[in-house]
Design a protein around this ligand. Sequence first.
Ligand code: IMP
Ligand code: MG
Length: 167
Amino acid sequence: MIPEVDVNRKISEVAAQVSRDYEGRPVHLICVLKGGVFFTCELAKRLTVPVSLDFMSVSSYGSGTESSGVVRIVKDLDEPLEGKDVLIVEDIIDSGRTLAYLIEILKQRGPASIRLCTLLDKPERRVKKQVKVDYTCFSIPDEFVVGYGLDYDQKYRNLPYIGVVEF
Ligand code: IMP
Ligand code: MG
């Protein structure tokens, strides 16, 4: 769907935008594991503001390719969020259920601000309309995609491009 060169070019553009928006302020990136890890690294490398990184792993109960919105924290953050300008980095926003839940939890920890940055967005699939995405690399149609961190049954995360799964 999206070749490696296009993904990398777009990440550079978004990183430049983030760097402009946060100018003079450190940004605290929260990588949502596992899918967000490739994008987080590529984004972080291109930011010109001071960066700190933390990781969180959530598991969204669901069957097959559908999330339920019932989210369990598998690995919590190491650092407190108090007073920090937090940027959540996700692989993909689909229904928005995972993020809606995560944002509610993280807000309670007293960050100065919370913004959301995603590699991919499937706006047609959104159920949680209140989830506001601040930075999107690509809006894509409703297809199941893999690569650049995204998996199907834990496979294909390492593909350096975004590919479509044909079931
Ligand atoms: P949501 O809670 O429905 O927004 O689901 C978000 C999560 O579902 C993402 O973090 C992914 O792990 C997974 N997901 C949604 N769509 C895709 C896809 O097309 N490929 C791989 N994983 C996906
Ligand atoms: Mg996943």
